[in-house]
Design a protein around this ligand. Sequence first.
Ligand SMILES: *Cc1c(COP(=O)(O)O)cnc(C)c1O
Length: 221
Amino acid sequence: MAANSDAYQNIRKELAVTNTALIAVSKTKPVEDILELYHLGQRDFGENYVQELAEKAAVLPNDIRWHFIGHLQSNKVKYIAPFVHLIHGVDSFKLLQEINKQAAKQSRLIECLLQVYIAKEETKFGLDAEELASLLKELSSANLNYVKICGLMGMASFSDKLDIVRNEFKYLKGLFDKFDQPQTGNYNFQTLSMGMSSDYKIAIEEGSTMVRIGSLIFGER
Ligand SMILES: *Cc1c(COP(=O)(O)O)cnc(C)c1O
C-alpha cells in the first residue's frame, strides 16, 4: 500500500486557507508510507499505540513531530516522554502528573491537550465539562513545571447525522473559549484538535485549529 499523495496535497491546500494544522494519522501504516508524505513536506504524524509509535520514531527522521492521539496509560508514558511532541488525549490529573514526572527526567517540556468527551458513544474517552473545570483548578495549585496544557481535543460521534457531529464540535469550541482565561498562567489554550477524515470540514467550520486525518491520506486501515 502507498499513501494517497493527491488526496494529501489537496487537503493541505484546503487547510492552508484557514491555517489549520494537519496531523497525518499513520497508525497501522508502514514507515514507507510515512516517508512518502515526509518527502512531500509533512512533519506532523499521529499514532495511538505507544509501542508502535516508539518503534516508528526510532527509525524515522528526527525532525518528525510525533503526536500521541490514543488513550495513554500512565505506565507507558516513559516510553514516549523522550521525544513526543504533543499528547492529545490527557484525561486525568494523575496522568498529567506522570507526564510531568517523566518529562522532568528528560529535562523537557511536554505539551498536552485535555481530551473532552463530546460523543454519545460509551467507547470514547475524555473528561466531561465538570471534570475539565476541576482538573484545570487542580492544575492551578500544582507545580507541574514540565507540562504545558495548550488546548483541548475531542472526537465527535461516528455518525452520518451531520447536525449531531456539528453540535458536538460546537460544544467543544464553547468549552475551549470558556476556559481560555487562565487565572494563574499555567495553561494557555491555543490548539483545538478536532476533526478526522469523515468530519474535518465541519470541525474547521466550527473552529478547529488542528485536524487528525488518517484514512483519507493513507487509505483504509
Ligand atoms: C484513527 C484516529 C484518527 C484518524 O481517523 P481517520 O478516520 O482515519 O481519519 C483521528 N483521531 C484519533 C484519535 C484516531 O484514533
